[in-house]
Write a protein that binds this ligand. Structure first.
Ligand code: UDP
Length: 417
């Protein structure tokens, strides 16, 4: 296990951004949890939504008066091939899970569990990679640790054999948290809480950038800032449908020859498929000077993502399966016209035709892009309504409140299956 240094954040900085009642609830819950020790565990400190959330949630939990830490499991590269197949299998693909893979998975979880030293009050394990650690932790005399499994993916129709393998480990937890109640597969006996994720409005990725700064940054990547830009920010992953986004762009371009497309996708260290899929996207695009495929390898970090999202004329998240879709939250927070796949957590965030659009095909998505380009002012007003929805529902203090409430209910024995 390796500790991630999250630095310091102050809850006071969020008081002017989120509703006052929310901050009051946090203060009250935190009072009863002062000094409690919390550990979050996941598979990577970089890339993807979980890392994004923990960089803010962990320091804000500490600022609320608890002692919060974040550790990342250590594992050989092969382990991430196994757990990526878990990810795909839990999202509904048929996957192969041979004995050697089970062996490696168990061994990594055992080794990481043995590295847990402190008697924590709450351990929150994120996603399937470290799930089975719970199986290998011995009780500490006189101390109760509450174990929570936080599942960030839509597991409503999992590969059955894989699910049957994982479910006993899930049921060993004291509580499981899913983004939506609909994601909970049958057969769980563990108490479940639905809690949606959130973004940090003050992180470099989401803080307010001036129009001039955003334009200045985007221009450095070769974008012509005088012409319209379509954008998708996502890992290079088939579920995010980047090839579909290219199809959308081609349809839009037939009517709007000046349009450009940026596909910005971080390469996460726990996602070995990403490299292969990136190659696929590059060859699918072919030789088109108006398509920009960029990633952290091109020095695109948080501020650059912010600039792209703040500048784009239309932001798409054309996923075909999506746990939540933090990129949608990020797009709406910047008040940009946003079009999302009608899947997973995206409809929680976009009210179709009111704050953005939900689509089920490339053709529908292209039609909506053309609507936005034809009337940017109306769509900007819609997006600003979306931003207010994000302010109320999807900023980190709300997640902190829900998590503190869960901790306090676990302590009080007030959580039912
Ligand atoms: N992200 C990033 N750089 C990229 C692509 C994605 O920083 O090139 C971030 C993105 O801004 C978002 C997170 O990774 O904060 C992705 O979270 P989401 O829930 O959309 O998808 P996940 O990757 O967890 O499936």
């Amino acid at each position: 296990m390796r500790e991630v240094n999250v630095g310091h954040k102050s809850l006071a900085d969020y008081r002017s951004i989120v509703p006052r009642e929310l901050m009051a609830e946090i203060d009250e819950l935190a009072e009863g949890l002062r000094g409690r020790r919390v550990l979050h565990v996941n598979a990577t400190a970089f890339g993807g939504g979980v890392a994004e959330i923990l960089y803010t949630l962990v320091p804000l939990t500490s600022d609320a008066g608890l002692e919060a830490q974040w550790q990342v499991i250590t594992a050989p590269p092969d382990f991430f091939n196994v757990t990526k197949s878990f990810h795909n299998g839990l999202q509904g693909h048929a996957v192969d899970f041979p004995a050697a893979a089970r062996e490696l998975y168990t061994q990594v979880c055992r080794t990481n569990a043995e590295a847990l030293t402190h008697p924590y009050d709450f351990v929150v394990i994120h996603d399937p990679q470290p799930l089975a650690m719970r199986d290998f932790v011995l009780p500490v005399d006189g101390h109760t640790t509450h174990w929570i499994w936080r599942c960030h993916i839509d597991t409503s129709t999992p590969d059955q054999a894989l699910y049957d393998y994982l479910v006993p480990s899930i049921n060993r937890y004291d509580a499981a948290v899913y983004t939506l109640r609909e994601y909970v597969p049958e057969g769980l006996t563990v108490p479940v809480r639905p809690i949606a994720p959130t973004i940090d409005p003050l992180a470099p990725k989401n803080m307010q950038l001036s129009v001039e700064d955003a334009t200045y940054i985007v221009r450095q990547f070769g974008i012509d800032v005088a012409r319209p830009l379509l954008l998708q920010v996502s890992r290079f992953d088939p579920w995010k449908d980047p090839l579909g986004v290219v199809d959308v762009y081609r349809t839009v371009k037939a009517k709007h020859p000046d349009v450009q497309l940026a596909l910005v996708g971080a390469m996460a260290s726990d996602d070995p498929e990403g490299w292969h899929y990136l190659e696929r996207v590059i060859s699918y695009v072919g030789d088109d000077p108006d398509v920009f495929i960029l990633s952290n390898l091109d020095n695109v970090g948080s501020v650059e993502i912010n600039a792209f999202q703040s500048h784009a004329d239309v932001i798409m998240q054309k996923s075909t399966r999506e746990g939540f879709g933090l990129t949608v939250t990020e797009a709406l927070w910047k008040g940009r016209p946003t079009i999302g796949g009608r899947v997973g957590g995206i409809p929680l965030q976009i009210e179709d035709g009111v704050t953005g659009y939900l689509v089920s095909s490339a053709a529908e998505c292209a039609a909506r892009c053309l609507d936005v380009l034809a009337d940017p002012a109306r769509h900007r007003r819609m997006a600003l309504l979306g931003k207010e929805h994000v302010r109320r529902e999807f900023l980190t203090p709300r997640l902190l409140r829900d998590e503190l409430r869960l901790f306090s209910d676990l302590l009080a024995g007030k959580i039912e299956a």
